[in-house]
Every structure is written in C-alpha cells, then in structure tokens.
Design a protein around this ligand. Structure first.
Ligand code: ADP
Length: 230
C-alpha cells in the first residue's frame, strides 16, 4: 500500500553559506540537503567548527539564506516578509547554549514571555502552563526565583521550559544538555521526545552527548560543512 509522504517541517535543498567577502570569503556550508518530518527527532553531530550552529541558525530564520532553498512549514525563507518570518519564528522553540534569560523577570516571567507571542493562548492559561512545564524540568519550587538566584543548570532549564511551553512545531536545540547533570539532561530530552511523539513536533538537536543519542530517529553527521550520507 502506498501512503502519501507527509509534508516536511524542514526542507533544505542545495543550501550553501559562506562568511566574509572577497579574499576573506570562507565557505561554511556546502550543498546541504535535509528534510525533517513531523514528529521526527534528528540529531546533528560533527566536530567543532564543522558548521552545525550555522545550519541551525539558518533553519531558525536567524540568518539570511544566501544560496539554495530553505522551507520551514512549507514557507520559503528566502525573500519571506518580516511579518511572515516573525510568524514562523514564533512557532519554533529555540534552545541555545546561551540562554539569554531576562534578569529582570522571574523564571515564571521568562516562560510567560514565550506564551505572550501566542494570541491563541488565553492569558488565563499562562500560569498553569508555565507551572506545568517548569515542574516538568524540575523547577517547580523555583517558579518565582530570579535568574541571579539560579545555578547555571537551573537557568538552562528555565530556557528549555521557555522554548517548549507553547508546544512549538519545531524545536532547534544546540547542546541542550551540556550544562546539565545526567539525570536532569535525561529529564529534558525525555520532555523533548514526548513533545515530538505526542504533539508531532519536529526536533533538530546538535549534541556530542552520547547518552542522549538513543532519542534520535535519525543521526546525521556534519564534516567540514557537508552532511555525510544519511
Ligand atoms: P559548529 O557549530 O559545528 O562548531 P559553526 O557553525 O559555529 O560550527 O562554525 C562553522 C565555521 O564558521 C567555523 O569555522 C566558524 O569559525 C565560522 N563562523 C561561525 N560564525 C561566524 C561568523 N559570524 N563570522 C565568521 N565566521 C563564522
């Protein structure tokens, strides 16, 4: 029986990217092809400097596409209006190494910021949703703490809660467990996995952490700006 191929959340075709210009031009990504489908968890590995973060930031709409095609939720990012790009970004949960929490807001306040980007979520649900996700990352007793009172790992967990609270359709994570102990790291990837399997969220996760490779549906390896055969 032939089933239709589900449309991909991420479709990258023939993507090239370089930094610098003229004689200083340095190609960083070459001929990248990658598709990620709803509910799929793809882990991206590769040595430092191979281009993983650059690819993640392009897919996240945080850098302009120079050459090739990059579609997120079916929308081509190149030439996309600012308004559209903002709408796309609001559907993406970003978990980056630098958590960039707002110091003037509590853990709850930081997580609520993410909910405010979603008009479909009633503000009466904010507290319940935020408490549930902070609880899930093990910070149920730190909801009203400000970042200065939280450890590095706790701040990272707030950032993860902030990225996941609105149940994004796509999660982009760069070394999400690097500052976490193994138990918390496992809890966090279990939440990401649950989101993928229950809500059909797609996940692209960069990691060197061998302990979490088992959550991947597919592992792709990057070497010198090229994706190795998948
Ligand atoms: P990875 O995430 O695999 O460590 P990166 O995507 O961070 O790799 O970097 C790939 C290459 O691009 C590296 O050589 C890095 O020095 C270079 N690079 C990354 N960002 C910039 C930038 N903003 N300007 C110039 N070169 C950059």
């Amino acid at each position: 029986m032939n089933y239709p191929t589900p449309s991909s959340t991420v479709a990258v075709t023939n993507l090239n990217h370089a930094f610098g210009q003229g004689t200083l031009r340095k190609p960083v990504l070459t001929d990248i092809d990658l598709a990620i489908y709803p509910g799929e968890i793809v882990i991206l590995t590769g040595p430092s400097g191979s281009g993983k973060t650059t690819l993640l930031s392009l897919i996240g709409g945080l850098r302009s596409v120079q050459d090739g095609s990059l579609k997120i939720f079916g929308q081509e990012l190149k030439g996309c209006s600012k308004k559209h790009l903002t709408q796309i970004r609001n559907q993406i949960g970003y978990i980056f190494q630098h958590h960039n929490l707002l110091k003037c807001l509590s853990a709850y306040g930081n997580v609520r910021m993410s909910l405010k980007l979603h008009p479909e979520i009633s503000k009466y649900q904010y507290r319940d949703r935020a408490v549930a996700i902070l609880d899930a990352v093990g910070l149920g007793d730190r909801i009203d703490y400000y970042p200065e009172k939280l450890s590095g790992g706790q701040k990272q967990r707030v950032a993860i809660a902030r990225a996941l609270v609105a149940q994004p359709k796509l999660v982009l994570a760069d070394e999400p467990t690097s500052s976490l102990d193994s138990k918390t790291g496992r809890d966090v990837v279990d939440i990401i996995q649950l989101l993928a399997k229950e809500e059909g969220c797609s996940v692209l996760l960069v990691t060197h952490d061998a302990r979490i490779l088992d959550i991947a549906d597919r592992i792709v390896h990057m070497e010198d700006g090229r994706l190795q055969s998948q």
